[in-house]
Design a protein around this ligand. Sequence first.
Ligand SMILES: N[C@@H](CCC(=O)N[C@@H](CS)C(=O)NCC(=O)O)C(=O)O
Length: 287
Amino acid sequence: MTELNITDLELISENKMFGGLQRVYSHPSRVCNGPMRFAIYLPPAALNGNKVPVVTYLSGLTCTEDNVTVKAGAQRIASELGLIFVAPDTSPRNQNIPGEDDSYDFGSAAGFYLDATEEPWAGSYNMYSYITRELQDVLSANFSAADMNRQGITGHSMGGHGALTIHLKNPDLFKTCSAFAPICAPMSCPWGEKAFSGYLGSDKALWENYDATELVKKSPSSATLLVDQGSADTFLVEQLKPELLKKACETSGQKLTLRMQEGYDHSYFFMATFIEDHLRHHLNGLS
Ligand SMILES: N[C@@H](CCC(=O)N[C@@H](CS)C(=O)NCC(=O)O)C(=O)O
């Protein structure tokens, strides 16, 4: 039997864009039990022999690596600033788990950036380990231009929750953090309650380990978190709850720039509007 090599990449697509290259790859994943895809934009600086910072963008419910790649317009800014922009898929796929494709907010495309402890999810729904370990190995083995000591993390909605929690638990790996309309307190909203009880079971101590508001209270980072939230986002009140994150940051001394953006909704028109600010925030923190 041939050994599974997680760093073996298959190129799915390549397109020149703003002088750089937009690529999509697939590779075998051990922690997600099957092939995983990610998109990566290599700016001109990365193609000219320089080492450049890396920003990873975690997408939200229903997304693949494709949504942000085609809708947010990140590449124009990443090209100008000299940033590698990585966009992984949002969950394992095709695990043959009963019900995995039945709802938009659990299972496929809803991995919630945690390591599941409950069966039948535990063998594959390990997006936390995927982002913090396997994808790291894949990037450092294949992209010599990626400066793995200068990495930031951002994301949207479920991916904003992923970015905040992964940064707070790994501040030396992902030194900068921002989020668009993040699920700020998943223990206290329907999306989070459904995902955490399904993937983690009933032990709320385990849940706290993946809740940005709880993590900020216990272990604030020295970075300034940049969070943008649209005031016309239909998920704001029931699911996102930035006021809980804000209060926890005030209590613990976590630096937070929370910007309520008047009239913006939950869609990629919102990310496209503010992605430049976020990428500049990361570059500033990583320079
Ligand atoms: N389908 C869900 C909402 C899903 C949703 O808004 N997904 C966001 C992330 S949480 C997204 O980015 N969708 C993909 C897109 O807009 O390209 C609903 O209608 O309630």
